[in-house]
Design a protein around this ligand. Sequence first.
Ligand code: PEP
Length: 248
Amino acid sequence: MAKPLLAGNWKMHGTAKSAAELASQLAGYAGEKPEIMVFPSFVSIPAVVNALSEHKDIAIGAQNVSHYSEGAYTGEISGKMLTGIGCSHVLVGHSERRTNNAEGNTLVAEKFAAAQQSGLIPILCVGETLQQRQDSLQLQVIKAQITAVIEKVGLQNVCNAIIAYEPVWAVGTGETATPEQAQQVHGFIRAELGEHGKDTQLLYGGSINADNAASLFSQPDIDGGLVGGASLEAEHFMNIAQQLIERK
Ligand code: PEP
């Protein structure tokens, strides 16, 4: 079974100061923790790196990366810039970027490749819309999203990354996939990855909270969570982390 992992996506919330405070609160939790990583906004990353300088057990990632490595791309941030300030991970293909920034499968695959080339570990986010689920297309959609990346970087490189199944209809909505719905997709992704994907961390994301975490984490192919709203409060996030450690 892959190692348990809990990731917090802080989206466009707070300031550098509040992000550093939140990071320090997380670091202050003693006891057994799963692997933990946080994704502050770009401008808060240096403050979070500073706050966690003595706590290397919490990894830091960015919420986006350019598919270009360098050049005249105003407003873009490269993978090399991110590793240079202390990031080890990056979200790629988050549904909010697919929807709000028209990031399609080809661009997501290019970002994934650029991230790996610069030494970042991508968390590839995949998931179907409500309409696609109502049309029973979820597995087809997810297969296409993952296949685009496999075609770009190869299966082994996808297996070396982290995949987050985040149904679009569950992200930030308060709606959660049932454990059975989530397991169906996670089992499908695991099978698609084959032999090399046995240890690939597969996260569920979409309105995880302290009340629904345990049942999701009890599923055999759910190795942890990508948490948005509930990651903005240290106690809530660490409660979820505890449930991941104690999962049945
Ligand atoms: C996310 O941002 O990846 C996410 C899952 O958000 P939320 O937990 O708020 O649904």
